[in-house]
Design a protein around this ligand. Structure first.
Ligand code: FAD
Length: 377
C-alpha cells in the first residue's frame, strides 16, 4: 500500500478570509521536500482559505507540489494489473465518498467558475489516469419522481495515487453550469446545472455518491515510456492531462519512467481562466526537453488572421511539427466541450491538404493505429 503522505508529513496551515486572495493564495502555495534516508519525504504546505463564493462558503485548500525531486509513491497493486478497474460501483449501489476540499481554480476575471474538488474514496474506488467517475447528485430526479438523479460523468484530474499520494483520493475539475436567460441575460438559478453546482458548493466532510470508474478511450498508453503525447484541451478538458502530467513529472513511479514528449495545448477564455498553470509551468522549468505547453486565450490573444485565438489556431501555428510527430507515432488526445472538435478537425484537414495529404486517410490511419483519442462532452 502506498505510504500515507498526509500522515507522515508536517503540515503548515494558514487561514485567509480574503476572497480577493483566492487566486494568489493558490499561486503562492509552496511545497518543500526533505531528504530523509534514501527516499524523499514530502512536506506539504496547505493554505486554507474560507471564502464567500456566489454567497456560499467554499473552503479552499490548495495543495501544490513541486516536481523536483519527484514524490516517491509506493506502487499500488493497480500498477501490476493488466486492465484498468471498471464499474466497481454501479448506479444502484454507488460508493459514498467524502469531500476533502473544494477550491476555486480561476481568478476574478474568468467568465464562470471552475473548482478543484478532492474526494476521499478510502482506496475503494481505484482508477487509472484518464478514467472518469460518475457522480449522483443528492435529491430527486424531476423527470422521474421518486428516483435519484441521473449520474453525471467527470474526468478524474489526479493520478491513481491522488493528490495526497496515498491512493485514497480522486480529484475532479468541475465547471459550474449556470443558466442565463437568453432574453434577459439574467441568471436563472432554477435552471442551473444540478450536479456541477452540488459539487462546487459542497464542503469538506460532505458525502458524495460515486459510480465507476469508467472509460478506456483516454487511458495513457504506457507500453512505450518514450512516446509522444499531444494533448488538446478546452477548459475542464484539461482534467485527464493533469493526471497524465503528474504521473510523468511529479511522481516517482518505479514502473513508469517517462522519457518522451508531452505537449499540452490548452484553450481557455483569458489568463484568469487558466487551470493548473503553476503546476504546468513548473514542469516546463524542470523538464524542458519532455514538456511543451501552449495556451490559447480566446479573449486576449489574436490568431494570425486577427480573429480570436482558439486552440486550433495554436495547433495550426505548430502544424508542421504536430504532423511530423503524428507520422512518427505520436498519440493525440482531445478533451473538453463537444464544440471544440469541428473547428479542430477543419484546421487539421486544411493543414493536411496544404501538405498534399488526404485528411480522411490520415485520420483513419491514426484511428487504426490507436493514436487518436477523443472524449468530448
Ligand atoms: P444539468 O443539471 O445536467 O444541466 C445541463 C445543462 O442544462 C446546464 O447547463 C443547465 O444550466 C441547463 N439547464 C437546466 N435546466 C434547464 C432548462 N429548464 N432549460 C434550459 N437549460 C437548462 N464536466 C466538468 O465540469 N468537468 C469534467 O471533467 C467533465 N468530464 C466529463 C467527462 C465525460 C466523459 C462526460 C460525458 C461529461 C463530462 N463533464 C465534465 C460534463 C458533466 O458530466 C455534466 O454534464 C456537467 O457538469 C453538467 O451537469 P449538471 O448536472 O451540472 O447540469
Amino acid at each position: 500500500m502506498a505510504h500515507s503522505a498526509l500522515s507522515q508529513v508536517p503540515v503548515a496551515f494558514s487561514v485567509n478570509n480574503d476572497v480577493s486572495l483566492r487566486k494568489s493564495v493558490f499561486k503562492s502555495t509552496r511545497v518543500t521536500f526533505l531528504e530523509k534516508s534514501r527516499t524523499s519525504s514530502l512536506s506539504l504546505d496547505f493554505r486554507v482559505a474560507s471564502s464567500q463564493s456566489r454567497d456560499r462558503s467554499v473552503v479552499c485548500m490548495s495543495v501544490q507540489q513541486a516536481s523536483k525531486p519527484k514524490v516517491a509513491v509506493s506502487p499500488l497493486s493497480l500498477e501490476d494489473a493488466k486492465e484498468p478497474p471498471m464499474h466497481l460501483f454501479k448506479n444502484k449501489e454507488p460508493y459514498t465518498g467524502t469531500i476533502v476540499s473544494v477550491e476555486r481554480l480561476v481568478g476574478q476575471n474568468a467568465p464562470g467558475e471552475t473548482c478543484h474538488i478532492v474526494i476521499d474514496h478510502g482506496g475503494k474506488v481505484p482508477y487509472w489516469e484518464g478514467q472518469s467517475y460518475g457522480i449522483i447528485p443528492p435529491g430527486e430526479n424531476p423527470k422521474k419522481p421518486g428516483n435519484p438523479h441521473n449520474v453525471r460523468l467527470y474526468s478524474i484530474a489526479s493520478t491513481r495515487y491522488g493528490d495526497s499520494f496515498d491512493g485514497k483520493t480522486a480529484t475532479l475539475c468541475v465547471r459550474r453550469a449556470v443558466y442565463y436567460d437568453p432574453e434577459t441575460g439574467k441568471e436563472d438559478p432554477s435552471k442551473n446545472g444540478v450536479c456541477s453546482n452540488f459539487l462546487c458548493d459542497s464542503k469538506p466532510g460532505d458525502k458524495v455518491q460515486i459510480t465507476g470508474p469508467s472509460g478506456k478511450i483516454m487511458l495513457l498508453p504506457e507500453d512505450n515510456p518514450n512516446a509522444t503525447h499531444i494533448m488538446i484541451a478546452t477548459g475542464t478538458g484539461v482534467a485527464p492531462y493533469r493526471g497524465y502530467l503528474r504521473r510523468m513529472f511529479m511522481e516517482n513511479v518505479p514502473t513508469f519512467k517517462f522519457g518522451g514528449l508531452a505537449w499540452l495545448f490548452l484553450g481557455v477564455a483569458n489568463t484568469d481562466s487558466l487551470l493548473y498553470d503553476d503546476e504546468f509551468s513548473k514542469y516546463l522549468e524542470d523538464y524542458p526537453d519532455n514538456f511543451r505547453f501552449d495556451r490559447a486565450l480566446s479573449r486576449e490573444q489574436k490568431n494570425r488572421n486577427g480573429g480570436k485565438m482558439y486552440v486550433q489556431d495554436k495547433i495550426e501555428e505548430y502544424s508542421d511539427e504536430v504532423f511530423k510527430l503524428l507520422d512518427n507515432g505520436a498519440h493525440i488526445y482531445f478533451c473538453g466541450l463537444k464544440g471544440m472538435m469541428p473547428g479542430i478537425q477543419e484546421t487539421l484537414k486544411k493543414v493536411a491538404e496544404q501538405r498534399g495529404e488526404s485528411w480522411e486517410e490520415k485520420l483513419s490511419q491514426l484511428k487504426k493505429n490507436k493514436q487518436w483519442h477523443v472524449e468530448v462532452y
